[in-house]
Design a binder for this molecule. Structure first.
Ligand code: NAD
Length: 513
């Protein structure tokens, strides 16, 4: 950690009390039990964080509710100006924040920087959007009447996020929610609480400089029990939850029981179809980055390669050769391609997948295993593995959050590959590698991929901010980030204005007094 300037990064981000007592950011309410944040990079305790108790939560909610009353009255472009300043602060702190993401979560420093860049990009997107947030106008059937719709702020948005994108997911939600006039309460993953504190400090500084209440951005820390305080709270009209399908099913039921809105961004089981017309060199880069980037811990990680039988051996050979070149080690060292898994529980899940695939009849063709010795003391570094398998295997149907890639063979037409690709419960990201226009268009057609994201000649991971992000089926159906994803953060109102001296009723109904 010393060598990579972690202490300096923590200081730049205002994270104090390292290894002693509490670290609650600028949120001064925390009085719950203490959680410890260990780095998967070297196993070191980075800091202890006090969690949010029920009583603390009530104070946070009060602060948020008061802040909302003020924030919603600011014109949207002015709210955009605050988000612009927030984006500038992120530009200034890109390196320390990228470093903290890498150290606390374990992704490569480059990917840590990329995650902060996504935050900056969504701020830029939100600034422009703050001058739009447009509704439609409609023609009324009644003479002298005008109809239109407008969007109003919704209130308090509850954000629950996963460990693997410890800062970007929050920004995707907040940057939009803020310009929409909402306030946010964020519960980051209990595995990455310091990233949460760092972000809160950055946002708090911007609000303070503008004499705005910090309650526009609130942070609560802890595990699922703290999350449940929000999901069960009728004062939170929208819960945006990112994480496992298991979590999404519980959260969706809790929010639906009080008729709230949820935006769910859940697990994926993403595949790349490789057809006889694929460019093999591009396929290898896309597949390997997709499978081992972030040590296979992206919701969009490539988990299945569906390869046509005529090129199966060639692709298998090219991918396995590429795996031999992978360097596994400290993600802050830019020589390495693959960092650690988040914790030793994740290592257990990875082992379980490799055991199961063999039990179900699969064949491991690139061996896995945990790395030991100098530099691997945290016990979280594993070798990316590849297995030949069938789509019907239970383990293939399940999202294992680690670097395990399954090779699946298809024969005959593209329809067969699409049936395999769609033959899972998840529906997040998908891709096809082909130079054949007919195949590409077939894959994107109504009878093609059933995923929220479908790509041609790029991999499954690495989405851009401008498009709406999310997936179908058990991925949860939510959309975040670009396009018109902002609409879920606002309430829609239809307005009819009569500028005559008559009061005609709609549908020609007569009512004479
Ligand atoms: P997780 O489901 O274990 O936890 C995610 C968050 O939910 C955490 O903050 C956790 O404390 C909270 N939580 C868990 N149970 C809860 C409950 N009952 N009520 C309220 N909150 C609860 O997921 P994880 O291990 O942190 O992340 C990995 C998962 O997230 C993978 O499945 C991955 O695919 C998914 N993910 C999806 C997307 C997407 O955009 N679709 C993005 C990132 C991660």
């Amino acid at each position: 950690a010393k060598e990579f300037g972690i202490q300096e990064a923590l200081t730049a981000l205002g994270i104090k009390d390292i290894n002693q007592g509490t670290s609650t950011g600028s949120n001064s309410f925390s009085s719950g039990e203490v959680i410890e944040s260990f780095s998967p990079v070297d196993g070191a305790l980075i800091a202890k964080v006090k969690t949010t108790s029920k009583a603390d939560y009530e104070k946070v909610m009060e602060t948020a509710t008061t802040a909302f009353k003020e924030w919603r009255t600011k014109p949207a472009p002015l709210r955009g100006e605050i988000v612009r300043q927030f984006g500038d602060k992120l530009r200034e702190l890109k390196e320390p924040l990228g470093k903290l993401v890498s150290y606390e979560m374990g992704k490569s420093y480059q990917e840590g920087l990329g995650e902060v860049q996504e935050m900056i990009d969504i701020c830029d997107f939100a600034v422009g959007l703050s001058r739009q947030l447009h509704g439609l106008t409609m023609h009324s059937e009644r003479p002298g009447h005008r109809m239109y719709e407008q969007y109003h702020p919704l209130g308090t948005v509850g954000i629950i996020s996963a460990f693997n994108f410890p800062v970007a997911v929050w920004a995707w939600n907040t940057a939009l929610a803020w310009i929409c006039g909402d306030v946010c309460i964020w519960k980051p993953s209990e595995k990455t609480p310091l990233c949460g504190i760092a972000c809160q400090n950055i946002a708090a500084a911007v609000f303070k400089e503008n004499n705005l209440p910090e309650g526009i951005s609130c942070l609560i820390n802890g595990d699922y029990k703290v999350g449940e305080l929000m999901t069960n709270d009728g004062r939170v009209p929208l819960i945006s939850a990112t994480g496992s399908i298991r979590m999404g099913k519980i959260v969706a039921q809790a929010v639906a029981a009080r008729l709230g809105k949820s935006l769910l961004e859940l697990g994926g089981n993403n595949a790349i179809i490789v057809t006889p017309d694929a460019d093999i060199k591009m396929t290898v880069i896309g597949a390997v980055f997709g499978a081992v980037g972030t040590a296979g811990q992206r919701c969009t990680s490539t988990r299945r390669l569906i390869i046509h039988e005529s090129i199966y051996d060639k692709v298998k050979e090219a991918v396995t050769t590429a795996y031999k070149q992978l360097r596994i080690g400290n993600p802050l060292d830019e020589k390495n391609h693959v960092g650690p898994l988040i914790d030793t529980d994740a290592v257990k899940n990875y082992h379980h997948a490799l055991k199961k695939v063999v039990e179900e009849g699969g064949k491991i063709i690139v061996d896995g295993g945990v790395l030991e010795g100098e530099g691997y003391e945290s016990g979280c570094y594993v070798k990316p593995a590849i297995a030949e398998a069938q789509n019907s295997y239970k383990i293939v149907q399940h999202e294992t959050f680690g670097p395990v890639l399954y090779l699946l063979k298809y024969s005959g037409d593209l329809e067969n590959a699409i049936a395999i690709q769609n033959g899972v419960v998840q529906g997040l990201s998908s891709a096809i590698m082909t130079n054949n226009l007919r195949e590409a268009e077939h894959f994107l057609s109504t009878y093609g991929s059933d995923c929220g994201i479908a790509n041609v000649n790029i991999g499954t991971s690495g989405a851009e901010i401008g498009g709406a992000f999310g997936g179908e089926k058990e991925t949860g159906g939510g959309r975040e980030s670009g396009s018109d994803a902002w609409k879920i953060y606002m309430r829609r109102q239809t307005n009819t204005i009569n500028y005559t001296t008559e009061l005609p009723l709609a549908q020609g109904i007569k009512f004479d007094l």
